[in-house]
Ligand binder design. Structure first.
Ligand code: AMP
Ligand code: MG
Length: 269
């Protein structure tokens, strides 16, 4: 199963989420099979990450977006945790600080974009500035509506300067979100994750769908493609995500650099 093809949002096509299936588990017999393949993908990712770091010429940026409770944190824990903390950096974007708000919206993003040799993972991203910001009118329409083109130019700029970008929308449906929020209410270990805002945001589900559809449609480029990852089942989400990252890293062909020294001349005593 070519997950990249299956879940890549086709270029120049309007994204309509109802055409996608959050429960999809194509080509996988069961959870055990998925978890075995995920483990293989993660092992391959580690080997490729090692070469990427040694090579020190290109960077990989993985943008994770999704509705509340879509599994962004879980995906990072399960798929990215095995990566090397020296070369893999996770940034979680929260409500902007006063300092961040006093700059353009991409300022806080660009500062933490991955350097050469690194893998950067964004848990939320600059897309919040056309999602939550749009849904809640945090800036006037005239301001957020210009951001789609600004985002495309920014991502193009990163890509032209050696950063490979993949963007994954973790897609859960409205019923699955309800179940996950209820679990947060019931499970003391998850209480910290829920606030009144989650219930209020859920009421705006349709507005978020509209905002996501526009962002995914307008900011889906060759330089920075969107993938729509079915995320109702966590094990399938992990499989698809690990496969996309593995294939992308493979495609980047990171090479171990040639030895800098003349090895014959080095005498270890
Ligand atoms: P969480 O991911 O659950 O830790 O929540 C982070 C919160 O920060 C979410 O409610 C986001 O919508 C919010 N957030 C992230 N970026 C922005 C932004 N640029 N403007 C406003 N709110 C944001
Ligand atoms: Mg939250």
């Amino acid at each position: 199963m070519d997950f990249l093809k299956r879940y890549r949002l086709p270029l120049k096509r309007k994204c309509r989420l109802e055409e996608w299936d959050a429960n999809d588990s194509a080509g996988v017999k069961n959870r055990e099979q998925a978890e075995r393949q995920t483990a293989k993908n993660i092992a391959a990712m580690r080997a490729l990450e090692y070469r990427l770091y040694a090579e020190n010429r290109q960077a990989l940026l993985i943008v994770l977006q999704g509705m509340d409770a879509a599994g962004k944190d879980g995906a990072i824990r399960h798929v990215m945790a095995a990566l090397n903390p020296q070369s893999c950096k996770v940034t979680s974007f929260k409500q902007p600080s006063a300092l961040e708000l006093s700059h353009d919206f991409l300022w806080r993003i660009h500062r933490v974009a991955p350097a050469t040799g690194e893998i950067g993972i964004f848990n939320r991203s600059h897309y919040e500035d056309v999602l939550v910001v749009r849904v809640h009118d945090l800036v006037p329409r005239g301001v957020w509506s210009r951001r789609y083109d600004q985002i495309n130019r920014f991502e193009q700029h990163l890509a032209e300067n050696g950063t490979r970008i993949i963007k994954c929308f973790l897609y859960i449906d409205k019923e699955e979100q309800k179940q996950r929020l209820l679990r947060r209410l019931e499970d003391p270990a998850r209480h910290w994750k829920i606030t009144e805002a989650d219930a209020r945001e859920r009421e705006r589900w349709d507005d978020y769908v509209a905002a996501y559809e526009e962002a995914l449609s307008r900011c889906n480029t060759k330089a920075a493609p969107w993938f729509i990852v079915p995320a109702n089942r966590k094990w399938y989400r992990n499989l698809v995500l690990s496969q996309i990252v593995r294939k992308t890293l493979t495609d980047m062909k990171p090479q171990l650099p040639k030895p800098v020294a003349n090895l014959d001349q080095i005498l270890i005593t």
